[in-house]
Design a protein around this ligand. Structure first.
Ligand code: XMP
Length: 507
């Protein structure tokens, strides 16, 4: 395994994912993790990420001397390179100008991390500080057009560093540089194979759970579904799943999701609690109050249902690795923008032990495991859908009639997006219903009705997003179909805001 030490880069998770794509297991720890914690994992290599600081500043992240002298191969990327150069006696300065985006790099001295590279190649850079002088005894492997050091290694190659980002797709042969480090320098073996992981995890669930019964709240999303299929492979019908229809799902969604669950042979009970949710939401308009109300009703419903499952000792959750990292060391002191409601965020009084088989995995790995387990591809590729459902897309009061209007409009958008073959290229696309009425005219008759918004975004991870440039013909078709076919909407508008400054959902 390889440890990635996070110095605050936006690409840290990408580094860990790339390493895993090369079939080497990787974990992320904060840069200031105790050296014992790092060493207890017996890593074959350590990668130090980029970061926003300057390594010569007071209090900037640095590598503990213990790790530096541990004999474990180390790779520094961007900030990681500057930090290593500085700590090993080289000189780091602020460059006269920054290097951002695509840059050309020339090989100075072939071999090492750059084995198999052409003499000149394109990379992705994002830095201001630069290494002016490499540490004593180190050799420069490559330089950028400006002459700045782009890669170096110490004598023997145990410590090496790249100024550019090998994990970013724009870097030519970036994967080769990582592979050279993992296999050439660290001597890693390709042991992170997901089919083996499934077999191991099924065994581990069996051992952990023994003869107990497990309950699981299915949300219709990828994570809880894959967790449930995996667990049911291990313990069969001793997994009892509960799918709560909160009345805030999209058109026909509850029925379709249940069909998939049945095909997947899951032992699942659907609970139609839509009346309870809609009753509780009456008069609630403020976004956070909506989220809170939905969360509370969900907990009550789930608790009642699960108390009917005899002898349940475990609660299965679809927690993923990014959630684990986030609650562990990132996002400390961050402002609450939206209180996310996820199925499974249950209070302590339920006194169940938590089973989280996916907690070491990234989303793309969960999708691949879903495919190995026979979850239909269309299901695995579904866009994310928020726990509070249409409530956060139906601005103003969440009344049944308005939800129906929104469902119809959204359904038309989904149909056209599919007709134009755009579904897979978008992170999300959906309609929002605004409680804003405007005047229109249809067949000589005055209308006074609400407004639908088309929201479509492209994104890698939902943290940042760009609004999608949908074709005019598509927008035109959607707009005309919605106004003609959905009673209650007479105007369609397009959201052209990125995240930031907006968020993807409207509430
Ligand atoms: P925002 O609106 O914060 O959303 O830009 C980022 C991503 O998260 C999804 N989202 C949620 N997912 N529970 C979830 O499981 C929630 O409460 C929730 N709120 C937003 C949103 O759809 C987008 O993909």
């Amino acid at each position: 395994m390889v440890v990635v030490l996070d110095c605050g880069s936006q690409y840290t998770q990408l580094i860990a994912r790339r390493v895993r794509e090369l079939e080497v297991y990787s974990e992320i720890l904060p840069w200031d993790a105790e050296p014992e914690e790092v060493l207890s994992r017996s890593p074959k290599g350590i990668i130090v990420s980029g970061g926003p600081r300057s390594c010569v500043e007071e209090g900037a992240p640095k590598l503990s001397e213990r790790l530096l002298k541990s004999g474990i191969p180390i790779l520094g990327i961007c900030y990681g390179m500057q930090m290593l150069a500085h700590q090993l006696g080289g000189r780091v300065v602020k460059a006269p100008s920054a290097e951002y985006g695509r840059c050309k790099v020339q090989v100075d001295s072939p071999g090492g991390l750059l084995r198999g590279f052409p003499e000149e190649f394109t990379v992705w850079m994002s830095h201001w500080d630069q290494v002016e002088q490499v540490p004593p005894g180190a050799r420069v492997l490559a330089r950028s057009e400006s002459g700045a050091v782009a890669a170096f290694e110490t004598e023997g190659g145990r410590i090496s560093a790249l100024q550019f980002h090998p994990e970013v797709a724009h870097t030519e042969k970036g994967t080769l540089a990582l592979a050279n480090f993992l296999f050439g320098v660290c001597g890693c073996e390709r042991t992170w194979v997901l089919t083996d992981w499934v077999d191991r995890m099924v065994e581990s669930i069996r051992t952990q759970v023994g003869d107990d019964r497990v309950i699981c709240g299915l949300s219709g999303g990828v994570d809880s579904t894959v967790a449930a299929v995996l667990t049911s492979k291990a313990i069969g019908d001793r997994l009892s799943c509960i799918f709560v229809d909160n009345g805030l799902l999209r058109k026909d969604e509850a029925r379709k999701v249940m069909e998939t669950y049945t095909k997947l042979d899951l032992n699942v009970k659907m609970v139609d609690a839509s009346d309870r949710f809609l009753e509780a939401l009456k008069g609630v308009e403020e976004p956070e109050a909506k989220r809170k109300t939905i969360g509370e009703v969900f907990v009550r419903v789930f608790e009642e249902e699960s108390s009917q499952v005899e002898g349940a000792r475990w609660l299965l959750q679809g927690t993923l690795y990014p959630d684990v990292i986030e609650s562990g060391h990132q996002g400390k002191g961050a402002a609450v923008i939206k209180s996310h409601h996820n199925v499974g965020g249950l209070p302590d009084f339920m006194k169940l032990k938590v089973l989280e088989p996916l907690r070491d995995l990234f989303k793309d790995e969960v999708r691949r495991i879903g495919a190995i387990l026979g979850v239909p591809e269309g299901f695995l590729k579904r866009h994310p859908f928020p726990g509070p459902g249409l409530a956060v897309r139906c601005l103003g009061e969440v009344a049944r009639e308005r939800l129906d209007v929104l469902r119809e409009a959204d359904h038309i958008l989904q149909e056209e997006i599919a007709n134009f073959g755009l579904y897979d290229s978008l992170w999300q696309c959906f309609c929002v219903l605004l409680p804003v009425r405007s005047v229109g005219v249809m067949g000589d008759v005055r209308t006074y009705a609400e407004t639908a918004v088309i929201r479509a975004v492209e994104s890698q991870d939902g943290m940042t997003a760009d609004w999608a440039r949908l074709p005019y013909e598509l927008l035109d078709r959607v707009s005309r179909r919605i106004c003609n076919q959905v009673r209650g909407i007479n105007r369609v508008v397009l959201d052209v805001t990125g995240k930031p400054p907006a968020t993807i959902e409207w509430e």
